[in-house]
Structure formats: structure tokens, C-alpha cells
Design a protein around this ligand. Structure first.
Ligand code: ATP
Ligand code: MG
Length: 342
């Protein structure tokens, strides 16, 4: 089993950190981001989890704005609900511009329904995630804390769906365009050409304007998908604890990503009990289960580079806590020798 090389890991421009609830995603992603910043890489750490705790770790209010939190390190807490509000507001503005006055109440009603529909928040979140992946070029590394596996998989399929929508709209537009030019041709010598009035020009310009954001979005999602599939530009890092539920969930997520050719960069097994736990009556059972789970992890994930992180005692708060994790990530022995169960 290969040991996960932290220095190599933070050389990629994009790192997605995923895993089951509570296993240490925020801790590990913040520690990696800090390590990258310390080694001189301009780094952006992004949380997409509504229950943010980057603000707590860095003892700075972060929220929805890119905020400096340490030398060479910036953080952002994306709020899915707020993203949805902003997203719907921009859609509303775009559509109101093209809706007749008597259509507006219906449009407003529709938008209210969209707000409550399943998947709306995800759509808004993907909008923001793809913008960060594609537009935030000022950083050497962007780390996503709580990489949503399901969202990522859907993101990969969206460019095709979007292309189909745009093509459909374009086809309709083209048809209109062809009709217009046909009439224009027939009427070339006739003074009265209903399609050659300024109304015709306006309609075409308006359609172009309406299509522009769609085309932009499709191109952006396509680029984001390309980045996510390119192992020189991005990687998924899984964090888990040596317990059966995180093991099952990580197995599923790794398989799902790999079946779509998303590069999985490695695995961090967190909060490991030390060997001495085997000698403590109270912890013996837990230690045995951990050893059993570690054997399974070695078997199931033999193809993935791995790191083990010990369960730490006190002093996990703030940047100092992160520094300790960074030290452990760099120093921890290769995961090749899991502690043996007794
Ligand atoms: N190796 C460790 N030793 C001791 N405590 C740890 C370790 N790793 C993480 N923790 C602590 O465990 C708690 C959960 O960690 P963290 O918030 O990073 O998990 P998470 O996967 O981001 O959780 P969530 O799914 O709720 O976002 C935190 O209090 C953190 O300080
Ligand atoms: Mg978290």
C-alpha cells in the first residue's frame, strides 16, 4: 500500500475533500490548506457545508466573502440557501426583462415553486462551485472542504444536458432566423417586409442575449468537469475513521467516483487509537474493532495512497491545532503497517 505524499497532494490546483459526517474533513482540509499556504502557495479553502466551522477554526468571521485567515491563506463559506436566493434573483431579473407585463405574476409564482423544488439548492451550489473552479484563477490551490460526491457526479453529466437544452433553443432560434431570411428574400423587392423591420432585428438580438448566459453556463460546467476529470489538475481526498459505517460509505463513494473516471488522490484514516489502547480494558474492544477495520481498509483500498492520523488529545483548537495535524500528516508513518490487533 502506497503512502500518501502530502507535498505532492497539495501541488494539484484543486483538492476536493470528502467523507462521512464528523470524520475530520474540515480538520484535514484546513490543515492541508494551511500546509500549502505555509509552503508559499496562495490557497483558498472553501466550505460548502451549511454548518460551517471554518470561522471557528480560524477565529475570524468568514461567511460568503473570500476572507484572509492566515498568510497566503483565504477562506470562504458558501451558504447553499443564500446561493439559491441569489441565483433565483438573477434568473428572475433575466426573465422579467423578456416577459410581457401580464406574464409576470405567473413567472413570480413559478420562481417561488422553483425555490421549494428538490434539487434547487444543489443547482445553485453547483453554480457557485463551478464558478470557483473555473474563475478563481488567483490561487495556486483551491481546497473544497466537504466535497459532495453526489453533486460532483451530477456536475459531470450536466454539460451534456445543458448542451442539449442550448441546442434545442438554438435550433428554434435558427428556424426563426431561416424563416426571417426567407421572407426577407421574398420581399426583397417588395417595400413591405414584416420581418425586416427593427422588430425583427430586436427579436434576434434579444434571443442572443437570452442564450448568452445559457452558453456561458454550459461552457463553464464543461470546463469544471474537465478539471475534475484531470488528475494533473484535481483530486478527491477521502477522510474516514476506522469504523464500519465510514468504511462502507467511503467504499461506495470511491467506487462511484472511479467509475466516472474522477481521480481519487488518496485516503486519510483519522482518529486512530494508539497501540496502548489494547492494554486498557475500557478501550480494548474499540481497539480490536479498529484493527479489524484497518485490515479491511488495507484490502479494499490497496490501490489508494493512504495516511493514518492518530487520535489527538487536547489542543486541537484553532490554527495551533491545525499545525499539529499538519505535523502528523507529514510525519505519520506510511500506512503500510497497520497496528496489529491483539
Ligand atoms: N485526529 C483527531 N484527533 C482528535 N480530534 C479530532 C481529530 N480529527 C478531528 N478531530 C475533531 O473531531 C471533530 C470533528 O472533526 P471535523 O469537524 O473536522 O469533522 P467533519 O468531517 O468536518 O465533520 P462534519 O461532517 O460535521 O462537517 C472536531 O471537533 C475536530 O477537532
Ligand atoms: Mg466539516
Amino acid at each position: 500500500m502506497q503512502s500518501l505524499n502530502i507535498e505532492a497532494l497539495i501541488q494539484r490546483p484543486l483538492l476536493m475533500v470528502g467523507g462521512k459526517g464528523g470524520v475530520g474533513k474540515t480538520t484535514v482540509s484546513a490543515a492541508l490548506a494551511l500546509a500549502a499556504a505555509r509552503s508559499g502557495r496562495r490557497t483558498l479553502l472553501v466550505s460548502t457545508d451549511p454548518a460551517h466551522n471554518l470561522s471557528d477554526i480560524f477565529q475570524t468571521r468568514i461567511g460568503n466573502r473570500i476572507t484572509p485567515v492566515a498568510d497566503g491563506l483565504w477562506a470562504l463559506e458558501v451558504d447553499p440557501e443564500r446561493e439559491l436566493d441569489q441565483y433565483l434573483e438573477s434568473v428572475r431579473r433575466q426573465m422579467l426583462a423578456y416577459a410581457a407585463v401580464n406574464q409576470r405574476p405567473a413567472l413570480e409564482r413559478q420562481l417561488k415553486l422553483v425555490r421549494q423544488s428538490p434539487g434547487a439548492e444543489e443547482a445553485a451550489l453547483l453554480e457557485r462551485i463551478t464558478r470557483i473552479i473555473v474563475d478563481e484563477q488567483g490561487y495556486d490551490l483551491v481546497v473544497f472542504d466537504t466535497a459532495p460526491t453526489g453533486h460532483t457526479l451530477r456536475l459531470l453529466h450536466l454539460p451534456k444536458t445543458m448542451a442539449a437544452w442550448s441546442r434545442g433553443l438554438l435550433a428554434r432560434r435558427e428556424k426563426g432566423g431561416r424563416l426571417r431570411s426567407l421572407f426577407a428574400h421574398l420581399n426583397r423587392h417588395a417595400k413591405e417586409n414584416p420581418f425586416n423591420t427593427d422588430g425583427g432585428e430586436d427579436a434576434s438580438a434579444r434571443e442572443q442575449k437570452l442564450l448568452a448566459p445559457l452558453k456561458e453556463r454550459e461552457a463553464r460546467f464543461r470546463t469544471a468537469a474537465e478539471v475534475l476529470l484531470d488528475e494533473t489538475r484535481s483530486g478527491f481526498l477521502f477522510v474516514m475513521t476506522a469504523e464500519s459505517l465510514p468504511l462502507q460509505e467511503t467504499e461506495r463513494a470511491v467506487k462511484a467516483l472511479q467509475s466516472q473516471k474522477v481521480p481519487v488522490a488518496g485516503l486519510v484514516v483519522n482518529r486512530l487509537l494508539p497501540e496502548m489502547a489494547a492494554d486498557i480494558t475500557f478501550l480494548r474492544g474499540a481497539y480490536r474493532q479498529q484493527a479489524h477495520c484497518l485490515e479491511k481498509i488495507a484490502e479494499q483500498f490497496s490501490h489508494l495512497p493512504q495516511r493514518h492520523l492518530p487520535l489527538m488529545g487536547e489542543g486541537m483548537e484553532g490554527i495551533e491545532g491545525l499545525e499539529k495535524i499538519v505535523g502528523e500528516l507529514r510525519a505519520s508513518p506510511p500506512a503500510a503497517e497497520p497496528p496489529v490487533g491483539r
